[in-house]
Design a protein around this ligand. Structure first.
Ligand SMILES: [Zn+2]
Length: 74
C-alpha cells in the first residue's frame, strides 16, 4: 500500500514586492494600496486626527489650560 501523493505546497509570495510597497509610518505594517502610505483606514484616521488636532487651535490664540477655560456656570 503506497501512501497517497502529497499535493505540492503553494508557491510563497515573493518578498521583493513587499519592499516596494513600503510600510505604515504609524505601526510599521505593510502599506495598503488603498490607504497609502498607511496600512489601514484605522491608521489613516489616526494620522488625520493628529493633523486636525494640531490645527484646531486658531492662529493668534494661545492654547490655554483647562483650568482657565471659560465656563457656562456664570
Ligand atoms: Zn498602520
Amino acid at each position: 500500500m503506497a501512501p497517497p501523493p502529497t499535493p505540492a505546497p503553494p508557491s510563497q509570495p515573493s518578498t521583493d514586492t513587499a519592499s516596494a510597497a513600503g510600510r505604515c509610518p504609524l505601526c510599521d505594517k505593510p502599506t495598503d494600496a488603498g490607504y497609502r502610505p498607511f496600512c489601514s483606514k484605522r491608521c489613516a484616521d489616526v494620522d488625520l486626527h493628529r493633523w486636525l488636532g494640531e490645527g484646531y487651535v486658531l492662529p493668534g490664540t494661545t492654547p490655554a489650560d483647562p483650568d482657565h477655560w471659560p465656563t457656562d456656570d456664570g
